[in-house]
Write a protein that binds this ligand. Structure first.
Ligand code: PAF
Length: 280
């Protein structure tokens, strides 16, 4: 497995791939890799002759400096795992390699995709994500890039960003990997105790309950019922929202939307977890 840290190394790698007629599949990560990331890598491997994974904890997407400081760093374990799984290359850039001396997000219109949920509770998060993914796409020049649906709002924003800047990359959304309990795989789970891991499965259970019962409720009443259910749990609910799966607009009437997803953010043992699934 090749390990690159600079733009120049990537340029040579790209030339090599072009000469060999190989296409490059890319998985962007902030490290602390788990089976969810590996499933993105496996899809990239199935659809491309070469794969690259970036590990870069992006400072511009953390609105909370404590969250950035606490983000788990496990580079040695990550590299060993990627080598075992057969990634062709890893990109481990410094902050200045990605941003030069201007460590800030671009002024990109996110056309309302960032209005609710993560955009509301983490101001500045999505401009930071769009900025770093743009730079990574420009540096790495992949034919295809793979993003998990666990961060569904992020997936739509990355697709929008690539379209606006006309970047020649196909952005592909991949289903969320889950434990048997239903809990979504996440780097943040590394910070949970076994008890925390067990109680966190309420997030998935409540989303499934919403999918099975939404037709009997208005969006407002369904929300209120889920808020109540969280009150009797070990988790502290931050939000529960129903949003249109294409525009991310909040849903106040099921009839007016052809595809809706439920989105939840909740704190478990002080760790912020998010998840979402399609209601219909
Ligand atoms: O989903 C993530 O891990 C990050 O937001 C990403 C896409 C790697 C950008 O820093």
């Amino acid at each position: 497995m090749r390990v690159f840290r600079t733009q120049n190394e990537l340029q040579l790698f790209n030339q090599e791939l072009a000469q060999a007629g190989k296409e490059l599949g890319f998985v962007a990560t902030m490290g602390a890799l788990h089976a969810g990331h590996m499933s993105l890598l496996h899809q990239a491997q199935a659809e491309n002759q070469a794969t690259i994974v970036s590990i870069f904890v992006n400072p511009t997407q953390f609105n909370n400096s404590e969250d950035l400081e606490k983000y788990p760093i496990r580079t040695d374990e990550d590299l060993a795992l990627l080598k075992k799984e057969g990634a062709t290359a890893v990109f481990l850039p410094s902050v200045s390699e990605v941003y030069g001396n201007k460590v800030e997000a671009d002024d990109l219109d996110l056309i309302g995709l960032d209005k609710g949920m993560e955009g509301e509770f983490r101001p500045g998060h999505f401009p930071g994500v769009a900025a770093v993914v743009r730079r990574l796409f420009e540096l790495i020049k992949p034919q295809r890039a793979y993003f998990g649906e666990k961060d569904f709002q992020q997936l739509l924003i990355v697709k929008h960003m690539a379209k606006v800047y006309q970047l020649p990359v196909e952005v592909i959304g991949c289903e969320t990997e889950r434990y048997a309990s239903g809990l979504a795989m996440s780097s943040r789970n590394f910070r949970l105790s076994p008890d925390g891991l067990a109680s966190a499965d309420i997030i998935y259970k409540q989303m499934i309950w919403a999918r099975e019962n939404y037709q009997d409720y208005s969006p407002g009443d369904l929300k209120a019922a889920i808020v109540d259910n969280f009150e009797n749990s070990d988790l502290e609910l931050e939000y529960i929202e129903f949003a249109d799966a294409n525009s991310m607009k909040m849903v106040s009437d099921w009839e007016q939307h052809s595809a809706v997803r439920v989105f939840i953010a909740a704190y478990c043992e002080g760790v912020r977890l998010i998840d979402n699934i399609a209601l219909y």
